[in-house]
Design a protein around this ligand. Structure first.
Ligand code: GLA
Length: 409
């Protein structure tokens, strides 16, 4: 993406992910080259963007993510042993470990997200089953862009392990195993949004996710058929203190729920919000609570709009809700950084119906809801704003609503 891109260039000029069938064939070939024999199959899982419903999953909220076309591929084969060998096309680090020795802290780096899934699926594996396997990972989800490359890795691994060991787990059980791999094994915090989106999303749809019980409903989100597009721009802002800040925000929301005497902020009635907020003395905690309660309400409003008509029919109102979500994350939840705000402001000024940061924040990506023919000029306007401030050039592409995790070959 260059700042000099011609205004009016169709959205098709923006890059999308490599073809999935070709990528799966590549993972197959890389496995064969690396391990010296053919894999039993290739499985994959996508990254995600969250359309709205940010920083609410760990408060039992509602989210509306969609899978993107960038996926993580796992070519794998079962072996008649208990040894697990993991390799990656992107990283030198390898793992060769006895599956019975897997325990939190025993594995570090990217292999922890794969080994952690095998560990978390343990209760579904009978004692007599050998757990040996070889897995080659080929990840396409941009790293550090806030697009859930780690969830894609975990969920691709979960699909492969499920199939290799014939476990009979449900998709939701695989979501739960992926969440445990991240929180309990790799030691990174997550509210489950990313893993649910990666496994449960349906092509052409967004996914309404109720984090109370992880029930889901596909919501039609066929933007291309309506002359619209969802532009993703990776700001390439350096992530710093992400884990600490994420944990601090979570703690603030837990404190708010405690002060309001509710199990989670999902229980707060938005109609009674002001009265409830008045009960919280700490100004910061009050703002955190306001974000969560108003954000859950915005998801309800988006869902109601999409239930009563197409994105096209409600595009202005939907754009306003995306804008309000970003402003709340910036002012009340304080998880944006200057690059996220700059990209959002530039997208809005260039004619986006709405724009917001997506994911955990503190760097990462924004999404902008745009007319299809505006995707390229909006991307160019964001790039120009970054260039003007001497910032690292951002990267833009289109978010096509894709299918969740599954087998590719
Ligand atoms: C990260 C976490 C998710 C969610 C989002 C914010 O992506 O992994 O669980 O909390 O931040 O919505």
């Amino acid at each position: 993406m260059s700042a000099a891109a011609t205004p009016g260039t169709p959205a098709g000029a923006l890059s999308t992910a490599p073809d999935a069938a070709e990528a799966a064939a590549r993972a197959h070939a890389l496995f064969t080259e690396s391990f010296g024999y053919e894999p039993d199959g290739v499985w994959s899982a996508p990254g995600r963007v969250n359309i709205i419903g940010e920083h609410v999953d760990y408060q039992d909220g509602l989210c509306l993510p969609m899978a993107i076309s960038h996926r993580c591929f796992a070519a794998a084969a079962r072996t008649p042993t208990d040894r697990v060998r993991l390799r990656s096309a992107q990283d030198e680090q390898v793992l060769d470990i006895d599956a019975r020795e897997l325990a939190p802290g025993a594995v570090t780096g990217w292999p922890a997200y794969v080994a952690g899934v095998l560990w978390a699926l343990g209760p579904h594996i009978s004692g007599a089953t050998t757990r040996g396997m070889d897995i080659l990972i080929d990840g396409q989800v941009p790293l550090g862009a806030g697009l859930s490359s780690s969830a894609a890795l975990e969920c691709a691994a979960a699909e492969a392990i499920e199939a290799l060991l014939s476990l009979g787990t449900t998709p939701l059980q695989r979501v739960q195993a992926a969440i445990r791999a991240e929180t309990d094994f790799a030691g990174a915090s997550t509210g489950g949004l990313d893993q649910a989106a990666s496994v449960l999303s349906r092509s052409g749809h967004a996914l309404l996710l109720d984090c109370r019980d992880f029930s889901t409903e596909p919501v039609p989100w066929d933007l291309a058929g309506q002359g619209l597009a969802l532009l993703i721009t990776d700001t390439r802002a350096e992530h710093s203190h992400v884990d600490g800040e994420y944990a601090a925000r979570r703690a603030d929301t837990e404190r708010a729920a405690e002060l309001l005497d509710v199990p989670t902020l999902r229980e707060v009635d938005p109609a009674d919000l002001e009265a409830q907020l008045a009960r919280i003395e700490d100004e910061t905690v009050r703002r955190r609570a306001r974000h969560v309660v108003t954000e859950i309400q915005r998801v309800r409003e988006v869902d109601a709009l999409l239930a009563s008509g197409s994105v096209r029919e409600h595009v202005t109102a939907l754009g306003e809700l995306l804008n309000a979500s970003h402003d709340s994350l910036r002012d009340d939840f304080e998880v944006t950084v200057p690059q996220l705000d700059l990209a959002v402001d530039a997208a809005r000024a260039a004619g986006a119906h709405g724009a917001r940061m997506t994911g955990g924040g503190f760097g990462g990506s924004i999404i902008a809801l745009v007319e299809a023919e505006q995707a390229e000029p909006v991307a160019a306007a964001i790039a120009a704003a970054f260039a003007e401030q001497g910032l690292t050039a951002p990267g833009s592409f289109l978010a096509l609503p894709s299918e969740g995790a599954g087998q590719d070959r």
